[in-house]
Design a protein around this ligand. Structure first.
Ligand code: HSE
Length: 430
């Protein structure tokens, strides 16, 4: 007897998943047990790239999660509602769930996993982070014997594509974004991607798995790439860096369980493994003891890649649904986190900073900058003045690791100096 899937959504990922499952020869033989039983869509008349019997399609998504015949609900509609409600109903009805929905999981994970544990069902989410890259299962299983201290990711393809093109072509953010939208690499409303929200959802999920606790999504600080200018990309390049939107989750110190979880554009040394991840690709670098560094790299989006991740979750469930439904939840597959991780306030963290100042070109300005930073305990790695913009001198400062609060206080003082025209950029350095 087949394992019956109820798929919610037949967009790019839903279509890719149905195509993969229908074309199962040469893949794992367990996939042959899968039956695409119901598929929920918005419109029955829309032309599609898959052939499904008309009786499989329905616009009544609730009927799928309430159908006693359905074993696994595969949620691929995205967005917060009705996805959250449908997932919860499926769980309440005793169904396992596979989802690619990072927004729902990062915001409502507590509610969803508490309910899933109570009902003895799994909620699988390999496709929610990194598209086709296997990173959720490795964090749950293969890497879980390590003491992980840092997870650093390029986990948003749209922003990596934009930054890569700005870097290689010397173009502005607005010009590349407009072109990316024309080419289908950026959404018509690019907010979730370019403002870092998508990456923040994903790093919340990765942090939760890596550090074994729940993450309050509201505590994840998030800064996007709109303010990254081609001038900064050029300066960064000359100083030996590329600018990437990094999502970082790390222990604030080796002995502490407190985390720093954040997303921001970052100057990455050209020698760092993440510096060479370009275009729409994603990569996640996991660091821990005793393993050291391991990096996952691959396509972070796209129909086939994401379908691979969705189907691997389906496969994992098919293996279990087929055996004994009464078996207790496998702790390496389910979610057993009960407590929230503590997240450190941004001001108490240490970081390296890159700042660009526009100043009057007069004697003593660099000296005053250096003195103010020094008085606030901010140690500088380099300070250069190479260019002019409209008769204003352009001064670029890179700090050593400093307390963010000290750095911000120094900047406040410097901002009040008469010779300072403006501070157009403030970026972090890895
Ligand atoms: N919008 C995402 C990105 C793809 O640009 O990476 C799906 O997570």
């Amino acid at each position: 007897m087949g394992i019956k899937l109820g798929i919610l959504g037949l967009g790019t990922v839903g279509t890719g998943t149905v195509q993969l499952l229908q074309d199962n020869i040469g893949r794992h033989s367990l996939l042959q047990l899968v039956e695409i039983y119901r598929v929920g869509v918005k419109s029955l008349d829309k032309p599609r790239d898959v052939t499904l019997p008309q009786s499989v399609l329905t616009t009544d998504l609730e009927s799928i999660v309430n159908d006693p015949e359905v074993d696994i609900v595969v949620e691929l509609i995205g967005g917060l509602e009705p996805a959250r409600e449908l997932i919860l109903k499926a769980i309440q009805n005793g169904k396992h769930v596979v989802t690619a929905n990072k927004a729902v999981i990062s915001r409502f994970g507590t509610e969803i996993f508490t309910s899933a544990n109570r009902q003895g069902v799994y909620v699988m989410l390999e496709a929610a982070v990194g598209g086709g890259i296997p990173v959720i299962q490795p964090l749950k299983q293969s890497l879980s014997v390590n003491r992980i201290h840092t997870v650093t990711g390029i986990i948003n393809g749209t922003t990596n594509y934009i930054l890569t093109r700005m870097q290689t072509e010397g173009s502005s953010f607005d010009a590349v974004l407009a072109d990316a939208q024309k080419l289908g690499y950026a959404e018509a409303d690019p907010t979730a991607d370019v403002d870092g929200w998508d990456a923040a959802d994903k790093i919340s999920i990765l942090a939760s798995l890596a550090f074994g606790g729940r993450i309050n999504r509201e505590e994840v600080s998030c800064e996007g790439i709109r303010q990254v200018s081609k001038t900064d990309i050029t300066y960064a390049n000359n100083l030996g860096f590329v600018i990437k939107l990094l999502a970082i989750a790390k222990k604030v110190s080796p002995t502490s369980s407190t985390l720093s979880v954040r997303v921001h554009p970052t100057l990455v040394p050209k020698t760092h493994p993440l510096a060479s991840i370009n275009g729409v690709y994603n990569a996640i670098l996991v660091e821990g003891e005793p393993l050291g560094q391991v990096m996952f790299f691959g396509p972070g989006a796209g129909a086939g890649a994401t379908a691979s991740a969705v189907s691997s979750d389906i496969l994992n469930l098919v293996a279990r649904v087929g055996s004994s439904e009464a078996a207790p939840l496998d702790p390496l597959l389910g979610c057993s986190h009960q407590d929230y991780c503590q997240i450190a306030p941004q001001n108490e963290l240490t970081a390296r900073f890159y700042t660009r100042f526009l100043t009057l070109d007069q004697p003593g300005v660099i000296g005053k900058l250096g003195t103010s930073f020094g008085q606030h305990g901010v140690s500088l790695e380099s300070i250069v003045q190479t260019g002019f913009q409209d008769k204003l001198a352009e001064i670029v400062v890179v700090t050593h690791d400093v307390l963010e609060g000290d750095f911000k206080q120094a900047l406040e003082e410097i901002r009040s100096f008469e010779a300072i025209h403006s501070i157009p950029s403030l970026l972090r350095v890895l």
